[in-house]
Ligand binder design. Sequence first.
Ligand code: 5GP
Ligand code: MN
Length: 336
Amino acid sequence: MENITEVKALLSYPKSIVITTHRNPDGDAIGSSLAMYFYLTQMMHTVQMVIPSEYPEFLEWMPGVQEIVIYDLHQERSKELMEKADIVICLDFNGLDRIDKLGEIVNNLTCRKIMIDHHLDPEPFVDYVFSDTTASSTCEMIYDFILAMGHKQYIDAIVGESIMTGILTDTGSFRYSTSPKLYRIVAELLELGVDDYKLQDLIFNSYNEKQLRLLGHCLANRMEILEEYQTGIITLTKDDYAKFNISRGDTEGIVNYLLKMKNIKMAAFITEQPTIVKLSLRSKGDFSVQAIAQNHFKGGGHKNASGGASYQNLEATVKKFKALLPQYNQALSPQH
Ligand code: 5GP
Ligand code: MN
């Protein structure tokens, strides 16, 4: 962490700090925000969390979430808090378009900005970048950051559980992006009293009946398998959203079910949102979905998990996506 000396100096006496993270925040976005919040609060900083859109219901149990100010619901207050900040810390995203309208506000701020993130290709909108694309999660990086600050003693059970939440969600319970270093960190967290069984249950066994039925609907009625390209697609229409009364977070993780098929290398979850069509892409092994998201759907992310958007309708978007497959045929064809 090459900038750590300067950041240490910056944080050496109490400051007013705003933490922000990407829209439609996941466990890593909220976990890293809360871990940082509890860490910096212990250091006597005045800390606020301001994020673009609501967090999903399955994270409602997390201590501290009720402190989060949501721009969509409290625009003036969010802007005010941002404008009063001495420091803004951007977690789990690396481009201002990932925080919607807050991006414009952050861009106009003259205060110091810090980014801690594990996505590819960080944009240069901050003063201090901590980027580690080999990290499983931003939460893993928060652990590294606190250690680099020389503050291991501040990682208590509550900071630890926040960090563990992002690790569990971004690795899909240690199914991807793992490393010896990650397991060492996790071992340390367990020794601090982090209850991993409790967290796994809270995070992954949180479906309600509607969500389970929606998953059934996706798999039974909305799934298409393109064997030739080892690709699976699930689509959801606006009508589905209305019929199942789908809200934010209800569709979390559905895309991963496609990868459970033995020969599927790429999974696409394509959904009709109020103004855009959203794509969630996943892949297994060497095949990267990042390029497809970045080059064709104004998005990005990681090699095996990316997302993007389309401004055409659902049908046209699916057609466009399918038309791209021959181009990526080499990497996707079964004999490869
Ligand atoms: P998800 O499919 O769960 O929404 O996102 C998967 C990954 O892709 C996440 O790491 C997320 O940060 C990234 N991602 C999702 N949507 C977008 C997008 O619109 N733009 C960019 N740059 N990244 C995205
Ligand atoms: Mn993440």
